[in-house]
Write a protein that binds this ligand. Structure first.
Ligand code: DX5
Ligand code: ZN
Length: 216
């Protein structure tokens, strides 16, 4: 069964405590937290103080997705705020290996995110050093976008790379995941489904999370 990681970008921020409580009672194993800087992506979301408070509200895994330039400046602060997994974008890291080593030395699991246009082959010399790949299935910056179908092909390529090398790296899919496409995504080889709008805009988020988890 896939790990479900609801993205709190789509949550009701006026009732964040209730939303965390709901997720705690659900089958979601991770909280996906999207940090945007208005530079790498054309949008700004939330940052350290919000994550610090979410950390107090859950014991589940806090999966922090940094859509920011110069992530090395903030890695320690996100660790202190409570991140369990810290993911950086390959497109902004000129010294990706150094970024990954920093994240791991701070005691977090390290993820690399790749935009829709970035080839899977670019992960070839870093995959053995990381815990997870966030495969973006939309252009990062906004929730509620449509899933880019070519991602299915990329999931298969990445699954093949990971299996051929006998690695234990998780494939996480981010953007446009719905009850309709979740089955195909998992079948292609994904381990973690991030879902913002599908969960939080649903009439019954707890039931939707259970349905997403039961897709395969
Ligand atoms: C987009 C974020 C996603 C987003 C997903 O830049 O990385 O995590 O919240 O939202 P949905 O599931 O609505 O596409
Ligand atoms: Zn994300």
């Amino acid at each position: 069964m896939p790990i479900i990681a609801p993205s709190l970008l789509a949550a009701d921020f006026l009732h964040l405590g209730d939303q965390c409580k709901m997720l705690n009672e659900s089958e979601a194993e991770w909280f996906h937290l999207d940090v945007m800087d208005g530079r790498f992506v054309p949008n700004i979301s939330f940052g350290l103080p919000v994550i610090e408070q979410i950390r107090q509200a859950t014991t589940k895994v806090c999966d922090v997705h940094l859509m920011i330039v110069e992530p090395e400046k903030y890695a320690e602060a996100f660790r202190n705020a409570g991140a369990d997994i810290l993911t950086v974008h390959i497109e902004v890291c000129q010294h990706l290996h150094r970024n990954i080593e920093q994240i791991k030395s701070l005691g977090m699991k390290a993820g690399v995110a790749v935009n829709p246009h970035t080839p899977i082959s670019f992960l070839g010399d870093i995959i053995q050093d990381i815990h997870l790949v966030n495969l973006m299935s939309v252009n990062p910056g906004f929730g509620g976008q449509k899933f880019i179908d070519y991602t299915i092909e990329k999931i298969k390529q990445l699954r093949k790379m990971i299996n051929e090398r006998g690695l234990n790296v998780l494939i996480e899919i981010d953007g446009g995941v719905t009850l309709e496409n979740a089955g195909v995504i998992v079948e292609a080889g994904a381990d973690v489904l991030i879902a913002g709008s599908t969960v939080f805009k649903s009439e019954d988020p707890i039931a939707t999370i259970a349905q997403l988890r039961a897709v395969s």
